[in-house]
Design a binder for this molecule. Sequence first.
Ligand SMILES: N[C@@H](CCC(=O)N[C@@H](CS)C(=O)NCC(=O)O)C(=O)O
Length: 223
Amino acid sequence: MKLYQTYLSPFPTRVRVLLYAKNIDVEIIEPEGFHGSQKSKSSYEEVNPIGRIPALVLDDGRVLPESEVICEYLEDAFPEPSLRPTDPWALAQVRLLSRISDFYVVMAMVPLFNESGKRRADWNRERIDAAVVEVFKSLEYLEEYIGEDGYAVGTSLTQADGVLLPILMLASKWAPALFGTDNPFDRLPKLAAYYTAVQLDPIAKRVMDETLEAIGASQGRRK
Ligand SMILES: N[C@@H](CCC(=O)N[C@@H](CS)C(=O)NCC(=O)O)C(=O)O
């Protein structure tokens, strides 16, 4: 199988968490035309007409876009170990955290992603500050529901950790470093504790290191 993705994008991370946990061998391909590159994405659109990463290509050539759909496919096709709790309430918590992240936190961060693609001189400070207020508000929703036993839900790695880790890293490391904004963890103790504790898990640590390296590389490119 092949996974089209980048290490900077938060969406493929949840897929890599499953691939690593299930020890599935895939070829990782970083398509051109993402994250401020001047290159056209058109050749990637032949792979995934939606034009977004990630996309999983099966050995027989069938292509699956959309990170959440890919994760559900991987859980069904490669059931062991499962990162999908069997307890209905725990599974609902995984889905709730994922939904809050995708629908509220990521959406609140979109203006920051947009500003980051511009030259610093062209940044709209009002837009940045307004976005940060919304990001903090949406993170408070996660603060409400985040697990307190070392993982997002329960006592082991689930799909929710793969969703949250890159987003929390972008909110707590990338945005403050780039825009000089406050670290949200200063006022969100449960999320801060989770973020520290989950790094004891080797797969969580691996994807966090990958994301951190990609953030560093993207900031290096800005200089
Ligand atoms: N709902 C999609 C969202 C994927 C997405 O928006 N990926 C971004 C990268 S963070 C992307 O490919 N954007 C298109 C672009 O940058 O041109 C998923 O979960 O896979």
